[in-house]
Each structure stands twice: as C-alpha cells, then as structure tokens.
Design a protein around this ligand. Structure first.
Ligand code: GUN
Ligand code: FE
Length: 430
C-alpha cells in the first residue's frame, strides 16, 4: 500500500511551519529530513549525512505540517451543508440524532464511513479526534476505515444514556459501560498502529452521573484520552445547570468524575461561554480546547474568546466539527478562526486582538498536534506529518512571495485541488 516502507527520506521545497504561536518560519528551497518517521530538522543545503535516503524533489511547491482536526463527527458527514437553521439543542433533535440513529445498520455505516474516510484521506488533515455513534460495531468499522487511510486518529464510541431519542439511548449506565469496555477491547485487539480509542461522553445533558462515573473509571483503567463538548450554547448551559446542580460550573460536572484532564489528555470542543472559574480549571487541568468556528457560526452558538485562551497559555487547537461545521477542510477552519476573531474584536471586545494568519496556522498544526505528542512542526524530534501543495492550480499573473502564496492557499482553499502529496507519521499516504 505504501511506497516508502522505511519511512525515511529527504524532501525538498518551500518549507513553512510555526515553531511558536505567531512565528511563521519559511525556508525556501530547503530540505526536511524524515528518518523512521521522525523529523531530523530543516536544512538549507542538502544534508550529506543523509545522502543514503531517498530524495523527494518538490521544488517550487509549499510543504507544510499536516493539520490536526481536534473535533469532527464522522456520522454527521453525510448531511453536512444541510439542516443549518437551528440552534444546538433543536439541531441535535431534528438533524443530528435522526442521522446518527441510522448507524445501528452496519451496511449504512460501511457505506457512509467509506465516503468519510476517503475525504479525510484527500484533505490536509493528518491527525484527527473523531466521534462515532453509540453503536460499537459501526464505530469499529469507522476505526478500520480510518486505519486504512494512513491518518493518525483517535476514534470514540459515543456514550449517552439520557435525554436522547430511545434508539440513541443506552439501556443504563452499567450496560453503556459494558459496551464501552467491549469497544475498547475490540479496538485494541484489532492491533491498529494509527487508530486508537478515546472515551467519549457525548456531553453532560446526555450522560447520567452513574455513566460519567463509569467512564471515569474506564479512562483511568485503560489510560485513554477523553473527548466531549463544553459550554457551546446558552440553552445548553442552562440545561446543564438544571441537571447538575451540585456542579460548580459545566466543566466541573466532568471533572468530578475524572473526565477533565489532570492525569490524562482531554479535549473539549467549543468553550464559547466558559466562565472565569471554568477557564481557570481548563488551564489548571491542562484540558485542550477545540475551537470550531464554522460550527459556532452555523448553529449560531457564538464566538469563543480565543485570544484570551492564547494569552493565558491554554492548550488549544482547531476543529471542523462537521456537521455543525460545514466542511472537513482545515484550511477553511484556519481562515474561519481568523474571521470570527475579527468580528469578536470589532463587535464584542476591542482589547481582544484578532488572530493573525500565523497564529491560526499554529493552532491548526502545532497547537492541536500537541494532543498527539510531538506533532505539527518540522522541528527535530517531531513526528513527520506533511502536506505538499501545488498552489499553481490557482494561477496568479503577479509573482507572489512564498509568505503570500501560503496565506492565499488557505483563503482560496487550495487543499481541495492543490495537494500533491501527504505524509502522516512518516508514511506517504497520497
Ligand atoms: N453537543 C452534543 N452533541 C453535539 C454534536 O453532535 N455537535 C455539536 N456541535 N455539539 C454537540
Ligand atoms: Fe461536536
């Protein structure tokens, strides 16, 4: 399947990455070295000590780190771009839940996840944190398809045992926990190299305290990461306050059960309305925020204060949140994040400077990549994830500097037609 089994090569082109938030480093006609899947750095001259490695010449093309999508729902992919005239809770009832119910049928899952996996493979994303549905068999099918793409991903069987339609409500916390253990055991048994399970309470309104307690135990027992949703929409937050009066704030309802960072990785999507106490806990517990601007616009959730999160040193990356978000394109997520931050600055808080392109690029690469360890940068020791882009698919009469070519490629979404090669964890997958 792969044509470079050693995961070792030298690649030449215009190398662009952000070793720090906001510091875009561009090395023109430079050489990046990948040795057994690990980046050995960027060199201006051909590095003689690596002369035995295969040389891949992409001169003139842009080479960027692969993007990390910190939050996407695979079963919602089938209806992306439809059903947008709702807010979150109605959208779940009217649009998301009916579609997710279909995944009880493994034949449907097989067909739908084949399409999803193909699109993920063609995208600029090399790493993703993915929601499935409550259905174990279908979610295992999703894992199988993701493993075949060559992307690196965490995939979660969703847990939910209340406030949901009967066909999407697990019988009780004990049964749901049993099913979660079966999912984890089966997915480990499959021996995937790149696809791992993640504990996935959907969100507080759909999980009883008993279920959260079980999931907290399971997470610790297997040493797994956690993904969920947090403080996305005002109606949702009110509902959580009613359902969980003992929790000091929304995020505390996860933290009480060991599902909110501390000794394990956790990513929470949205955090649009996190209170100062919640932000403090996110930071103290090292929870990742997945900022999902397209979704926040489509289902009218609001604008997350990303500048504040960056200033406070909170771990943060970007998510597409399909199908709240329209597209799996992380290029689009990068420009959406910049655009909503400009509206936030202009209309909400004139002290919250808009995101710059290098800052948003950082969030999509090294920011979110950190959830997987050392990923999202061409620094020495990082996992080698790269996207090679031929931006001449969109011609320009004016000769452009590489910095402008890069920014233009994002705004014009050249990840649709311009990707000529994609490398994930040192493996060439396109
Ligand atoms: N909160 C709970 N479930 C969902 C979902 O599927 N999408 C989004 N955007 N928010 C959620
Ligand atoms: Fe989501």
């Amino acid at each position: 399947m792969y044509f470079n089994l050693s995961r070792s090569f030298v690649i030449k082109g215009h190398i662009c990455h952000t070793p720090e938030a906001g510091r875009l480093e561009i090395r023109e006609n430079a050489f990046a070295v990948c040795e057994e899947g690990i980046c050995r750095g960027i060199f201006d001259e051909f590095p003689e000590r690596f002369r035995n490695l295969e040389m891949i010449d992409c001169s003139g093309e842009l080479i960027l780190p692969g993007m990390t999508d910190l939050h996407i729902h695979a079963p919602q992919f089938a209806y992306r771009g439809t059903g947008m005239d709702y807010e979150l809770l109605d959208w779940l009832d009217q649009v998301a839940f009916p579609e997710e119910s279909r995944y009880a049928d493994t034949a449907y899952a097989e067909a739908a996840y084949r399409i999803f996996a193909r699109k993920m493979k063609q995208s600029a994303t090399t790493r993703a944190v993915i929601f499935g549905t409550i259905h174990t068999e279908s979610t295992l099918i999703l894992m199988n398809k993701m493993e075949e793409t060559g992307l690196v991903s965490f995939v979660g069987k969703v847990s939910m045992d209340r406030n949901s339609p009967p066909e999407l409500t697990e019988q009780n916390a004990r049964e749901a926990a049993k099913e979660e253990r079966r999912f984890i055991t089966e997915s480990i048994k499959a021996g995937y190299r790149r696809t791992k399970p993640v504990v996935t309470p959907r969100f507080v309104p759909s999980c009883t305290q008993e279920l959260m307690a079980e999931l907290g135990k399971i997470r610790r027992e297997y040493g797994l990461p956690v993904q969920s949703h947090l403080s996305e929409n005002p109606g949702e937050i009110e509902l959580v306050a009613e359902l969980e009066p003992e929790a000091a704030f929304y995020g505390d309802a996860y933290d009480r059960y060991g599902l909110f960072g501390r000794d394990g990785n956790t990513v929470m999507a949205h955090c649009v309305y996190s209170s100062p106490e919640e932000i403090q806990r996110i930071k103290a517990n090292g929870v990742w925020v997945a900022h999902c601007p397209s979704s926040n616009m489509n289902i009218a959730s609001g604008i997350a204060p990303v500048r504040r999160y960056l200033e406070q040193g909170i771990r943060i990356g970007l998510g597409t949140d399909v199908a709240g978000g329209t597209s799996e394109s992380m290029f689009r997520a990068v420009t959406d994040a910049i655009q909503v931050s400009k509206l936030y600055w202009r209309l909400v808080d004139r002290t919250a400077k808009p995101l710059t392109f290098p800052e948003s690029f950082y969030l999509a690469t090294k920011g979110g990549g950190a959830f997987f360890g050392k990923a999202g940068s061409f620094e020495e020791g990082y996992a080698f994830d790269a996207v090679v882009l031929d931006d001449s698919v969109e011609p320009s009469a004016r000769p452009l500097p590489v910095r402008d070519r890069l920014e233009r490629a994002f705004y014009l979404q050249l990840d649709r037609q311009g990707i000529t090669m994609k490398i994930a964890d040192g493996q060439i997958i396109i």
